[in-house]
Design a protein around this ligand. Structure first.
Ligand code: DQA
Length: 144
């Protein structure tokens, strides 16, 4: 059976496509899911992609990823990246590798985006390439 990659998306990412397109691009989350599924098929991986505006859902889904033996989690935690000790502790608590993903490059934006609780616990970070960030993270996950 194909290894599973969880792709977890946090708050406001359900609005991709119409949310500040000059920063986040015009792809919707469904468009990104389609790109990931096409590439995952070639890599013999399965994608389980979800979005929630609630922090605890992201924690529960990372626990679930570990329980299901997922190969990796790609996590775009949105603004929780910069605020959530619960996500930091969760990533530290599970053995499943977590790759931090961002469409934009938070380091090139407002000061409050330069600190990442997720990044301090994650295996690595890919940011700044729009929808391609997700595909690059999938390539990295495939090689872990
Ligand atoms: C984001 C960057 C975060 O700073 C922001 O809060 C988001 C999106 C990104 O993908 O570029 O919601 O995670």
């Amino acid at each position: 059976m194909a290894d599973i990659i969880y792709v977890l998306n946090g708050p406001n990412l359900n609005l991709l496509g119409m949310r500040e397109p000059e920063i986040y691009g015009s792809d919707t989350l469904d468009d990104i899911a389609g790109l990931l599924e096409d590439r995952a098929r070639e890599l013999d991986l399965a994608i389980d992609m979800r979005q929630s505006n609630h922090e605890g859902h992201l924690v529960d889904w990372m626990h679930e990823a570990q329980a299901r033996g997922a190969k990796a989690v790609l996590l775009n935690a949105g603004a929780y990246t910069h605020t959530s000790l619960a996500l930091h502790d969760c990533i530290k608590s599970i053995r499943t590798p977590v790759i931090e993903v961002h469409l934009s490059n938070p380091h090139a934006r407002e000061g409050f985006r330069r600190s990442s609780h997720v990044g301090r616990a994650a295996k690595g970070t890919i940011a700044g390439f729009g929808a391609l960030s997700y595909l690059l993270a999938l390539e990295a996950a495939a090689r872990l």
